[in-house]
Design a binder for this molecule. Structure first.
Ligand code: IMP
Ligand code: MG
Length: 181
């Protein structure tokens, strides 16, 4: 099978938006220090670019959860594979996600992080697919782009671990080869 990718958000548009969000976060957290928590692996490229655009001091930490098993639909089962290195109690935490789809991952992560009593907890996501939301109780404070209900790859997002290194975000169009029809 060959995958066809159509550009949805160019790398120039991503760069501009990441700079804007970085400025907004720098203003909102003026005088504070932020603990940025990246949800691996999809959020990593966004988080490093975002961190470079934030002017207040930041600490970085990482979490890994699994919810998708090499498919485009959520299994509904979310597991923490890798937890934070440092405690976040009393810290100003900003959770950095690649995309919010059903909202299940975010809802579970927010509960997990809130239980450690950070001073504050906000969410920043590069992409939001609000049409797909089944768990509406948690909403991100910072959103890069609202996108339609399409499966996207690039700039950290994958399909079966591929395409994370694309500098743009594209819609993955699944093509059937003659044998598969
Ligand atoms: P949720 O729990 O349904 O909100 O799923 C969130 C996670 O599913 C994201 O962090 C991604 O890892 C993955 N995901 C959801 N939609 C897409 C997509 O369009 N492309 C790639 N990964 C996606
Ligand atoms: Mg993710």
């Amino acid at each position: 099978m060959t995958d066809n990718i159509e550009v949805l958000i160019s790398s120039a548009a991503i760069k501009k938006r990441v700079e804007e969000i970085g400025r907004q976060i720098s203003d909102d957290y003026f005088g504070k220090q932020i603990t940025l928590i990246c949800v691996l692996k999809g959020g990593v490229i966004f988080m490093v670019d975002l961190a470079r655009n934030i002017e207040v001091p930041v600490e970085l930490d990482f979490l890994e959860v699994s919810s998708y098993d090499n498919a485009t639909e959520s299994s509904g089962i979310i597991k923490i594979n890798k937890d934070l290195k440092n405690p976040i109690t009393g810290k100003d935490v900003l959770l950095v996600e690649d995309i919010i789809d059903s909202g299940r991952t975010l809802s579970m992560l927010v509960r997990h992080l809130q239980s450690q009593e950070p001073a504050s907890l906000k969410v920043c996501t590069l992409l939001d697919k609000p049409d797909r939301r089944t768990v509406p109780d948690v909403e991100p404070e910072y959103v890069g782009f609202v996108i339609p209900d399409e499966f996207v790859v690039g700039y950290g997002l994958d399909y079966a671990q591929k395409y994370r290194n694309l500098s743009y975000i594209g819609v993955l169009k699944f093509q059937e080869t003659p044998d598969e029809k």
